[in-house]
Design a protein around this ligand. Structure first.
Ligand SMILES: Nc1ncnc2c1ncn2[C@@H]1O[C@H](COP(=O)(O)OP(=O)(O)O)[C@@H](O)[C@H]1O
Ligand SMILES: [Mg+2]
Length: 364
C-alpha cells in the first residue's frame, strides 16, 4: 500500500500523475488528450508527472519518450522502462506531496477497470469510475443489461459470444428481429473501432467476423434513425448534468475517421432542443450515471428519435474524449465550467471518493 504523504507545500497541492498512451487502439487519442491536460492544468496546485504507456505496454517516465508520444513522433530506440504495474506509482509517491492519478487511457486496459483495479491495490486516489463501473460501461452488452434494469430506454439488440450457441441461428434471428441495416460492434472497445453497419445477411456475417477479431463478445443492434445527443455528467453521489451537445456526423455514421482524422463531424453545443427535451435528457443522463455506479465523470450518449420513441441511450463513456475541443469539456464550458476548473473538480471528486472508501470498516 502506498501511503500518500501529508506534509509539505500548500495543503491543497498534489502530485498529479497523468497516465496516457496505452496498448488500446485509442493510443493516439490518449496522447493528444494528455498533451492538452499537461498544458492546461493549474501548476500552482499540481506538480504534474506524466507517465506514458507505449503501444507495447511499456510504462515510461523518459522525457524524450513522453514528448515523442505527446507529439505523435517515433519513440527513442532505447527506452528505459519503469516497470509494468506498481513500481512507477511507488516511485512518484516517494516525494512530499499526496498523489492523485488521472488515467487518460481510453478503451481496453485503461477505461475498462483493469488500470482502476491496479490503482485500488496501490491505494491511491484516481479520477473517474471504479473497477465495476468502468468494466460494465466498457462492455456494451453488460451496459445494456444494467441500464435496461434501471428502466432507461434503448434500441433493440442481441448479443453473440464466440463459440456459445448457434451462430447461424443468431444471424437469422438478428435479420428477422432487428432488420437490416444493423450495427455490429465488439462488446469491449471504443472510438468506433471494429464497428460496421451491415446492410444484408452477407455483410452481417462479415461484420461479426470483423468484430470477433477485437473481442469474443459481439453486440448486434437495430440501426436507429435519430439525432446523436450527448450529455456530460460530473459528480459522485449527487452527479450534475451539463447542457446537451449534438454530434452531426460527416460520414454515414460517427466512425473513427470522422471522429479523429477528418474532422468532419460537427459539434453543436448546446444542442438545439426545447427546454423540456433538455430537462429530459439531462435527467436520463444522471439516471444512467447512477445506474452504472459511475464516479467523477462520464459522458452519456443518446439517440433522439424525434417522431418515434424519443430518447434511447447508446452508451456511457467513463473516460470520454478530453481535449479542450472534445465534447465532454466543451459541454461543461457551455455550462460555465472552464477546462482548468473541470480538472480541479475531477481531482476534488477523486479525493472525496478515496476518503469515503478509505473510511469503510474492514473488521467483522
Ligand atoms: N444502433 C445504432 N443505430 C444508429 N447508429 C449507430 C448505432 N450504433 C452506433 N451507431 C453509430 O456509430 C457510432 C459509434 O458507435 P458507438 O456504439 O457509440 O461506439 P463507440 O464506443 O466506438 O463510440 C455512433 O456514434 C453512431 O454514429
Ligand atoms: Mg460512442
Amino acid at each position: 500500500m502506498l501511503t500518500p504523504a501529508t506534509t509539505g507545500g500548500s495543503p491543497d497541492r498534489h502530485r498529479l500523475v497523468v497516465l496516457f498512451g496505452g496498448v488500446s487502439a485509442e493510443h493516439d487519442v490518449s496522447c493528444v488528450t494528455a498533451a492538452h491536460v499537461l498544458a492546461a492544468a493549474d501548476r500552482d496546485r499540481f506538480d504534474i508527472v506524466p507517465i506514458g504507456i507505449t503501444r507495447e505496454g511499456v510504462w515510461t517516465r523518459n522525457d524524450a519518450a513522453i514528448a515523442a508520444m505527446a507529439e505523435q513522433r517515433a519513440l527513442p530506440d532505447h527506452l528505459e522502462p519503469v516497470g509494468t504495474a506498481l513500481q512507477p506509482l511507488a516511485a512518484v509517491s516517494e516525494g512530499d506531496l499526496p498523489v492523485v492519478v488521472l488515467p487518460l487511457l481510453h478503451g481496453p486496459h485503461g477505461e475498462d477497470g483493469t488500470v482502476q483495479g491496479m490503482l485500488e491495490l496501490a491505494g491511491v486516489p484516481y479520477v473517474g469510475s471504479g473497477v465495476l463501473s468502468s468494466a460494465v460501461c466498457m462492455d456494451k452488452a453488460m451496459a445494456k443489461v444494467v441500464t435496461a434494469q434501471a428502466g432507461i430506454p434503448q434500441c433493440r439488440w442481441l448479443e453473440y459470444r464466440d463459440g456459445v450457441g448457434d451462430r447461424a441461428e443468431l444471424e437469422a434471428r438478428a435479420i428477422a428481429e432487428l432488420r437490416a441495416p444493423l450495427f455490429v460492434k465488439p462488446a469491449n472497445l471504443g472510438s468506433s473501432v471494429g464497428i460496421s453497419k451491415a446492410h444484408d445477411a452477407a455483410e452481417l456475417t462479415a461484420a461479426i467476423d470483423l468484430a470477433l477479431t477485437y473481442d469474443e463478445v459481439v453486440v448486434l443492434e437495430e440501426a436507429v434513425t435519430g439525432r446523436e445527443i450527448e450529455v456530460a455528467v460530473l459528480g459522485n453521489e449527487a452527479p450534475e448534468a451539463s447542457l446537451p451537445g449534438e454530434v452531426l456526423p460527416g460520414a454515414e455514421f460517427y466512425d473513427y475517421a470522422d471522429k479523429y482524422l477528418n474532422g468532419t463531424a460537427g459539434l453543436q453545443i448546446p444542442a438545439k432542443l426545447t427546454d423540456d427535451e433538455i430537462a429530459e435528457v439531462r435527467a436520463l443522463a444522471v439516471s444512467a450515471f447512477t445506474a452504472m455506479r459511475c464516479s467523477g465523470m462520464a459522458r452519456a450518449d443518446f439517440f433522439y428519435e424525434e417522431d418515434g420513441r424519443g430518447w434511447l441511450l447508446n452508451e456511457v463513456n467513463t473516460i470520454p474524449g478530453f481535449t479542450p475541443s472534445s465534447m465532454y469539456p466543451k459541454m461543461w464550458e457551455a455550462t460555465d465550467l472552464p477546462y482548468r476548473d473541470l480538472i480541479d473538480r475531477l481531482v476534488d471528486l477523486a479525493l472525496a471518493r478515496h476518503r469515503r472508501r478509505s473510511g469503510f470498516s474492514t473488521s467483522h
